[in-house]
Design a protein around this ligand. Structure first.
Ligand SMILES: [Zn+2]
Length: 1099
């Protein structure tokens, strides 16, 4: 293996013998460049994707106190042009062209940047085996042939010579602002910030880290600060090669990768900066022993106990806090959760330690409460302390840690690859921590040793004088008198009353505890049989085999032939039309599912922590049970789940708890982010039958525990069984597992003509519909539009390929136009969209601008793109095709991704296992003319035959209108970008400044711009018109809203008679509208199922 070559060339040390999973065929090498930048190179011979990630050891904890969010703003701005590639979108264009993308995030102590791109599928993998010879021979791997080189070079420049292009500053700050606004109504952000705000003010944890236009633009400018200079200063103060960790993963040899990295990244300046540390408590005496009552946006109730803890970064061999989180967070018999669940007080519990930064940490116990639990939160807190007392009463238990060691060791040994970008980004972050380099992969995963002293030490942090409490609920019997500064969360904070503290101390110290609390039993689910019979095959099979296909049972099976892990996935589908008859029935099924899962929690917990899980859910077409993980004890868990599904005894008290949970979840649904809701509304216009949230809620109170008990056996009495057994399972085992299902459930046969058929509505040619829906959340300022165009039948492979290619071609330009230039909002998606048989194209925007305006901007974009497509060079067209083909042929990364693919095709009734290959072959044949014709017919706004329907979710609150000065600044910034895009240099800056400065009302801003373009720049009329049009769009005052006001649709009218592509029609009565639609043919197997039957037994 390559790692034996611990050579040292030019005095450079190379570490290659990293501890790794058994099946990991990647080769690793760690080097340090002369500028102290540490690099991990990963060679994966057959990978179809390459990735690189760079993590800088500076994050929001280093924000200047008077410019919160500056680290995050720098993350956004760093990517705005470099000396070598000055065009601001050069990087993203390059990545899109190679089927890739980039992303970045800012954490407390680090900022992480990464990208991923695809190798062309026609180029054969460079070397198939990782032999020492192969990596020693200098394979001819030219820079020109590999897309990775170009990606690395563009990426590297951001750390060598970023430009922070002036024109992009304002726009990126708006992107940051929009990101912050998107988070404002989200409870996880709100509660996290509240915890931070109530921490030690001297600790940077206390600050606000996202930033907003106000903190990064308005306020500093008001203080006379030149903001761009501040961003550049932040960068030059904190960014340094010795604080960076780079990971590069590709199919090139380690030597080639090393050469490339050296050539590019050795130029990153090194300033020998020290490592960041904050040696001060996150919570001091002042903040500890307080209780905070806080109000969430959504209905939820919880109790959090937070202990000041230590940073555990150096203790990675024993991970002492995992002993505590294992016991406190246990869900089996004897645990805190089992006890408080039995009392009807809780739905869930989590416990764990976290390192905030070098120097401090927290340990948190977080409990999801029921209504009763909320009333008894003091008792719950006392029970937690009783359990802590129980843990501290006895020395750390070696057998418990041994179980944890075994589980973590097995999980790591059979860990499967994660996708390149996740691998690269994750490892770059891990490299910032003090792991022995040989344990870079294993360190975070494995517990290596039992260290009683370190565990005892860890336990000393869990004391009644070292914690704070947070109670979250929509309602309290007293007023919440304070508001958190950044998110406006209402709360009240006070010292924990002395009498409660005394009770907690008593609970902690007393030896008399409820008998229900005890240590867990020995875990019987830890796998011991881990053999995999490896039979090399030339080509892994792309389809499962049908090994039984009789009256009421179908079994699909594939023994794994490429991933070689001792794991399996077993999917069981009980098909019936019964589960979706009415809203009430659908709700009964959901109750059934929740009650089964609730009853299994304690039992399944040991299995779950041993890498074996199950899932039981209801669908519109039946029920499904999935068991997946290490196959050794899979049948044990499956049997238990089947019995519970069959024999559920609905307990009145559990029903009450679940009823309450479902009520909250249904009510909360309409308060989710608009872009999470919009898909459901769109789908109701595609499905023949759909049950909406608002129809479920009123049924809730009409359902009793007895109703559920009486109803569910009816589903099981008659249904079809279909099974997929996949992974480390022999055919015999697949047959036996199915026997178990049949024997347990004993369903009557469901005749084929009673099986549910998947169909969709066909939008008539020439449709132009709008459905408007006011959003429920009165505080939300974001509108959301989903603009959908119908193209035809999903299983028409030519239409599907055209949609995929259209999605690929519009991805970057759509984002660039609607988000980057027009600043409509942080959430902009575009791409193909598929339902059961429905296929089409959609654009989704969440924005403070109203939906009719957004609709106009989308149509404007489609018009622009129509031109782009017409003028596209053959070369660009081919490269888009190539990128899409590569995406479709991307290799499956692990066993479960293959199971998910198979199951999707079985569950969807199409059995179209070879779809990816068919798509690639169909794409290959598409010509530019095909796409132009397709666009003109189905997508173009001037087509009289296209079918369009858009859903407009309307916000109830209005966003703050920008001031005139803000609009002026925005106008100047936008104009510069637009002019550059039109290859017209924005000189004569003074003239522009003067004209804009003289504007006295927002209405005349565009007139001033028009005069500037015509009189100062003397642009030709047609160019000037275009520039003006785009400038107006960027200012949010573009003329195009809807081409015409929508007319209402008379319920009695025949839809066909009112369709007119040029005139939108408003859907007011959804039911009547649906009734007037035609329905498509249903999904059928793409091939005769007999063809999948295994013909010759070859075992
Ligand atoms: Zn961001």
């Amino acid at each position: 293996m390559a790692e034996e070559l611990g050579r040292s060339v030019r005095g450079r040390q190379r570490i290659e013998d990293l501890e790794r999973p058994q099946l990991d065929d990647r080769a690793y090498r760690i080097i340090t460049l002369p500028n102290q930048l540490e690099v991990l190179l990963i060679h994966e011979a057959g990978t179809d994707k390459a990735s690189a990630a760079l993590d800088v050891n500076v994050g929001s904890f280093s924000d200047a106190p008077d410019m919160p969010g500056i680290a995050h703003a720098v993350e956004h701005l760093l990517f705005m042009g470099t000396e070598k590639y000055p065009e601001e979108n050069a990087y993203n264009q390059y990545l899109t062209r190679h089927g890739g993308y980039s992303n970045a995030f800012t954490a407390s102590t680090s900022t992480n940047y990464y990208f991923e791109l695809s190798y062309p599928s026609s180029t054969p993998a460079s070397s198939q085996s990782v032999t020492p010879d192969a990596s020693q021979i200098n394979l001819v791997e030219s820079k020109e042939e590999s897309p990775l080189w170009g990606g690395l070079d563009r990426f590297g420049q951001f750390f060598i010579a970023p430009l922070f292009l002036e024109d992009t500053v304002d726009r990126e700050l708006k992107a940051v602002d929009s990101e912050n606004k998107k988070n404002l109504q989200t409870d996880s952000w709100r509660m996290h910030q509240l915890n931070k705000a109530l921490a030690n003010p001297d600790h940077p944890y206390n600050h606000f880290s996202t930033g907003s236009y106000k903190t990064l633009h308005d306020e500093p400018i008001a203080r006379g600060v030149k903001i761009r200079d501040e961003f550049i200063k932040f960068h030059s103060t904190h960014y340094s090669a010795n604080r960076m960790k780079l990971v590069v993963l590709g199919r090139e040899s380690l030597d080639t990768l090393e050469e490339w990295v050296e050539e590019i990244f050795a130029k990153v300046p090194n300033k020998d900066l020290g490592q960041n540390r904050w040696d001060m408590p996150v919570y001091t005496e002042k903040e500890l022993l307080t209780q905070t009552f806080a109000k969430p946006v959504l209905e939820s109730r919880s109790l959090d106990l937070q202990f000041a803890y230590r940073d555990e970064e150096k203790l990675y061999e024993s991970h002492p806090s995992r002993y505590m989180s294992h016991l406190l967070g246990h869900e089996g018999p004897g645990s805190i959760l089992a006890h408080i669940k039995a009392k009807g007080w809780a739905n869930g519990l989590g416990a764990g330690g976290s390192t905030l930064c070098p120097g401090s940490g927290l340990f948190t116990v977080s409990i999801k409460l029921t209504d009763e639990g909320l009333k008894n939160y003091k008792e719950v807190a006392k029970l937690v302390f009783q359990y802590i007392g129980l843990m501290r009463d006895q020395p750390p238990q070696e057998w418990i840690v041994e179980e944890q060691m075994r589980i973590s060791e097995v999980e790591f040994r059979f860990k499967q690859k994660s996708p390149p970008s996740r691998t690269a980004s994750g490892l770059a972050g891990i490299m910032q921590r003090p792991y022995d380099r040989k344990m870079l992969l294993s360190g975070p995963a494995i517990i290596k040793k039992f260290d009683a002293n370190l565990i005892s030490e860890a336990l000393t942090y869990l004391r009644p004088d070292n914690f704070r409490m947070t109670i979250v609920s929509k309602e309290f019997p007293f007023e919440l008198d304070q508001r958190e500064k950044w998110y406006g969360t209402e709360y009240k904070i006070e010292r924990i009353p002395e009498d409660l503290l005394a009770e907690i101390r008593e609970a902690f110290e007393s030896k008399s505890r409820p008998a229900e609390l005890h240590f867990p039993h020995k875990n019987e689910f830890i796998p011991t049989r881990l053999d995999v019979e490896k039979k090399e095959v030339e080509q892994p099979a792309k389809e499962p085999k049908l090994i039984r296909n009789d009256e009421n049972v179908r079994i699909w099976w594939k023994k794994d032939d490429q991933f070689w892990v001792p794991k399996a996935n077993v999917h069981i589908y009980l098909r019936t039309p019964m589960t979706n008859v009415t809203a009430r029935v659908s709700l009964l099924c959901t109750f059934y599912r929740e009650l089964v899962n609730d009853a299994l929690v304690e039992y399944a917990y040991d299995a779950e922590i041993s890498g074996l899980g199950y899932d039981f859910t209801n669908h519109s077409t039946g029920l499904s049970i999935t068991v997946s993980g290490f196959n050794d004890k899979l049948h044990v868990l499956l049997e238990k789940v089947l019995l519970q599904v069959r024999d559920l005894k609905v307990q009145e008290d559990r029903f009450t708890v679940i009823h309450d949970r479902m009520m909250r979840s249904l009510r909360n649904w309409e308060f989710r982010q608009p872009f999470h809701q919009v898909g459901t509304y769109s789908r109701q216009f595609k499905d023949e039958k759909s049950i909406m949230n608002e129809e479920l809620l009123p049924e809730l109170d009409n359902i009793t525990a007895q109703d559920v008990q009486q109803f569910f056996p009816q589903i099981l009495a008659q249904c079809q069984i279909e099974v997929l057994a996949h992974g480390n399972l022999y055919k015999e085992e697949a047959l036996k597992l199915t026997d178990l299902v049949e024997r347990t459930m004993k369903p009557n046969r469901l005749p084929a003509n009673q099986l549910p058929t998947r169909r969709n509505l066909i939008w008539p040619s020439g449709s132009n519909f709008i459905y408007e829906k006011p959003l429920k959340d009165l505080a939300n300022v974001n509108h959301c539009i989903e603009y959908s165009l119908f193209a035809g039948h999903r299983y028409d492979s030519v239409i599907r390929a055209k949609l995929l290619l259209l999605g690929q071609m519009t991805d970057e330009p759509c984002f660039n136009q609607l988000r980057t230039i027009e600043q409509l909002g942080y959430v902009v998606f575009s791409g193909p969209s598929f339902n059961d048989v429905w296929s089409g194209y959609r654009i989704l925007i969440q924005s403070e601008k109203d939906c009719r305006y957004l609709e106009g901007r989308i149509e404007h974009f489609l018009n622009t793109f129509e031109k782009t497509l017409g003028e596209m060079s053959e070369e660009d067209f081919e490269s888009h095709k190539r990128a899409m083909i590569n995406k479709r042929l991307a290799k499956l990364k692990n066993l479960s991704s293959e199971a998910t693919r198979f199951w999707g095709h079985i569950y969807g009734d199409s059995y179209d296992f070879l779809q990816a290959d068919v798509d690639a072959a169909t794409l290959e044949k598409l010509t530019k003319k095909d796409m132009v014709d397709f666009f003109n017919h189905y997508i173009s706004t001037s087509s009289s035959q296209r079918s369009k329907l858009s859903v407009h979710l309307q916000a109830q609150a209005k966003a703050k209108e920008p001031t005139l000065d803000e609009k002026k600044t925005a106008a100047i910034a936008a104009l510069k970008i637009i002019l550059t895009e039109h290859n017209s240099s924005p000189d004569n800056d003074d003239a522009l400044q003067t004209r804009i400065a003289n504007v006295s009302s927002a209405d005349t801003l565009s007139d001033a711009i028009a005069s500037y373009l015509a009189q100062d720049l003397k642009l030709a009329q047609d160019v000037a018109d275009k520039v003006l049009d785009e400038a107006k769009a960027a200012l949010g005052v573009a003329d195009s809203g809807l081409p015409a006001a929508p007319q209402s649709l008379d319920a009695a009218a025949d839809v066909e008679s009112v369709v007119d592509a040029g005139h939108p029609v408003l859907i007011e009565d959804v039911h009547a509208w649906k009734a007037s639609m035609h329905v498509s043919s249903g999904v059928r197997p793409v091939r005769n199922l007999e063809e999948f039957v295994e013909l010759v037994e070859k075992l």
